[in-house]
Design a protein around this ligand. Structure first.
Ligand code: FMN
Length: 219
């Protein structure tokens, strides 16, 4: 597959089939993804992969009531007061998604139910969690993005679908306890991995993109 085709065809898939994903394939894709660039070649991504049986065990772990103080993200998933045009962009993709599912704004329960699908990885049989050492800053976080997109494109080229999921940042202790991540690692996001359920309406969502002149200035 041409890189340009993988870029064009990749999308966030939010309903997966139960077709298993080969761990060998995930290993191969992760190994290749590590060719992603990183400042100073730090390669700051730290991953924990769950697949099949470990995914089932993770789902059980998730449903076990947690003790102690409630969990909160270790970083702000969005700026506390998101300005325009970012605010409208975020709103629009959410509304477009709920429109496809026929879940109106007033149907809070319906929207919450859909939101909770995140915590099932949308039915994906495989996933990974992406962590970064707490000493790292914005430059290394951008390196994580390079790695994640490289993985998503390689997955696309191998008929796999993905959804990056920041929502997992809301459960840092639950995830870290399960995977055994040391304290110095901070959870950034999850990545659902599987085969697309092509019958699911939600997967027909085509997210907008701003026009070139809105984000690039040519001098
Ligand atoms: C780092 C990152 C985290 C994301 N977290 C979530 C998430 O928690 N739940 C979700 O449904 N989509 C999540 N997304 C998907 C975005 O909403 C999606 O990439 C965006 O709307 C553009 O759509 P597309 O990926 O289909 O092109 C995330 C994407 C990225 C890059």
């Amino acid at each position: 597959m041409q890189v340009s085709d993988a870029v064009a065809q990749r999308k966030s898939v939010r309903a997966f089939s139960d077709k298993p994903v080969s761990s060998e394939l995930i290993k191969t894709l992760l190994t290749k993804s590590a060719r992603a660039p990183s400042g100073g070649n730090l390669q700051p991504w730290r991953l924990y992969v769950i697949n099949g049986d470990s995914m089932n065990r993770f789902q059980e772990h998730l449903n076990t009531p947690t003790k102690g103080t409630p969990e909160s993200p270790a970083y702000d998933i969005y700026p506390q007061s998101l300005s325009e045009p970012y605010r409208s962009s975020r709103y629009k993709v959410g509304e477009d998604m709920y429109a496809l599912l026929n879940i109106p704004r007033e149907d809070k329960a319906g929207r919450f139910k859909q939101l909770k699908e995140n915590y099932k990885f949308f039915g994906a049989p495989a996933a990974f969690f992406c962590f970064v050492d707490r000493q790292m800053g914005p430059p290394q976080w951008s390196d994580l993005g390079m790695f994640l997109q490289t993985f998503m494109l390689l997955a696309q080229a191998n008929s796999l679908s993905t959804c990056a999921q920041e929502v997992w940042a809301t459960k840092p202790r639950t995830v870290s306890d399960f995977v055994g991540a040391p304290d110095e690692l901070m959870l950034f996001c999850g990545m659902a991995i599987g085969y697309e359920n092509t019958d699911a309406a939600i997967n027909s969502l085509v997210s907008d993109r701003a026009d070139l002149d809105q984000f690039a200035t040519f001098l």
